[in-house]
Design a protein around this ligand. Sequence first.
Ligand SMILES: C[S@@+](CC[C@H](N)C(=O)[O-])C[C@H]1O[C@@H](n2cnc3c(N)ncnc32)[C@H](O)[C@@H]1O
Length: 228
Amino acid sequence: MTTLTKPPLSTLLDQLFADADATQSILMQQMEQLSPEARQAMVASSADYRQFYARAKDFHLAVSRETGVLLYLLARSSRARSIVEFGTSFGISTLHLAAALRDNGGGRLISSEFEPSKVVKARYNIEAAGLADLAEIREGDALETLARDLPESIDLVMLDGAKVLYPNILALLEPRLSAGALIVADNADWSPEYLARVRAPDGGYLSLPFSDDVELSIRTAATGRQAR
Ligand SMILES: C[S@@+](CC[C@H](N)C(=O)[O-])C[C@H]1O[C@@H](n2cnc3c(N)ncnc32)[C@H](O)[C@@H]1O
């Protein structure tokens, strides 16, 4: 048994995924009332993403169960000790990553969320899972909260906030990425600029679409502090 597959976390994740499934259809109905252009702008435009996430503040928008397990497997098999996440929501992906840190023998996870009510719920869930000693949720815009006080070296990054910001967040974290660091980007096909960055030949990454909705990349070259 792993931390992921035994109570209290397994029970909590069953509840959270059930809640995510039940509420997803309500969000879909709301989105369908918008024009395709308005939907696209909300997800892809830097002007409108705050409006979209404010509207979605009561919804998980969570990773799939499979992506959750993938996060655990990647963090566990790479023996990650230092993880940064963009987009906490109520904490489903965060819980998978923190469970891997627990089973790796410890570490530090920094996650970021700008909806205050989501931060409260995510912290509650992490506490309920007994993982609060491993995970810190930074409240505010990740462009600010992930621009400071980062670990010297980062082993794994999870990108799941506003898709239009993926290149900006990667640029913030890049100087700290260890050679071999893993980057998981959910729904990265909504961020063409990000895909161009990580798939560029000789751009310092090796990258592939891992499944329908996940781009998995590895940092091949160390930069900044890592290179010195
Ligand atoms: C797709 S959801 C994250 C789902 C989460 N990873 C999970 O598996 O449950 C994206 C979250 O990122 C947050 N977010 C979007 N842009 C952000 C930003 N610039 N800074 C901080 N949080 C942001 C949204 O409020 C939303 O809760």
